[in-house]
Design a binder for this molecule. Sequence first.
Ligand SMILES: [Zn+2]
Ligand SMILES: [Zn+2]
Length: 318
Amino acid sequence: MLDALDTAAGWLQENALVPLLWQLGLIQWEEISQGWAVFAIYGVVQMAATYAVCVPLERWHPVERWTDGKAVWTDVIYTLISRIGVLPLLTFVVFYQIQVALTGFLVDHGWVQPTLERFIPALLGRPVLTFVLYAVILDLSDYWRHRLSHMIGWWWALHSLHHAQRQMTFWSDDRNHILDDIIAALWFGAVATVIGVPPLQFPILVLVLRFLESLSHANTRIHFGWLGERLLISPRFHRTHHGVLAVGRRSANYGAILPIWDIAFGTADFSPVFVPTGDPTGGEDLATGGYGTQQWAGLRRFVAVFMPRAASAREGGQ
Ligand SMILES: [Zn+2]
Ligand SMILES: [Zn+2]
C-alpha cells in the first residue's frame, strides 16, 4: 500500500511538478516539491478513507439536519487546503527539514539523535509497540496544546474559528486559522523530533491520527458505550467539547484520540447528550463567512487581544 502511494507521488512529481518548476524557473525547489507530493498523495488517500466511513455514518444517524449546507462547504474547502496544500507542505518543510538540520548538527557535534528506543531499551526490536507509544506521546502533547489554546487569550482568538461552526461535520476537523495550523504543526514537529519519530513513520502516524480526529467531528449520533467512551474519543465526546457554553462554564474534553488525558487532568465530560455546537461570542463572519472572511475575522480577533482599545474604538465608531 505504501509503495503504491510512493509510486503515485513519484509519478506526480515527474510528470507534473518538475516540468512546472522548470517552467517557473524554480527547479531548486525540486526536493521540497517531492516531499510535498508524497504528503499530498497521502492526504488524498486519507480524505478518501475518511469520506468512505463518515458519509454513510452521517447519513445513517445524523445529530442534525440542515436545509442550507453552505457553511459545511466552507469546511470542505478547509479540508482540501489543509490536507492537500498547506498541511503537507508545512509537515514536510517543518518536520523533515528541521529533522535533517538537527541530525546534521548532532552528528557534527558527536551526539546521537534521541529516540524512544534509547530511553526505553525494552522497545528495541518491537516496532509496532514503539509506533503506538509515539502516537500516545504525541496525543498527550496535543491535549496540552489544545487546552492551552483555550486558556491563552490570543490563542483562543485564533482557535475560536474552529469552534464557530454551528453545522459541525467530519469536514470541520480542518477548520482552523492558518496561524493556529502553523503553531500546531510546529508543536507536533518539535515533539516528534525530540522523541525521535523516524521520518518514514511520520506520514503514517499523521494519516492514522487525522482519520480519527475527522471521525470525532462527524455529525452522527455515535458513542462507543461506557467502556469504549473511556478508551477512544467518539463523535459524542468531542461534540461536547464543541458545545455552546453557558456563561462562566469551562470547556471540557480537550483530547484528540485518547480520553485518558481528560480523565487524568480532570476535564472529561461523558454526559450522554448530543449538544448544539458553536461559539456565540465569535460573530457571524467566523460562523458562516467564506474561507477568506473567516481567516480575516480570526486575524482581527487575534490583533484585538493585543490592541483592545483600538478595536473597541473602531467598533464604537461603526
Ligand atoms: Zn477547542
Ligand atoms: Zn474540534
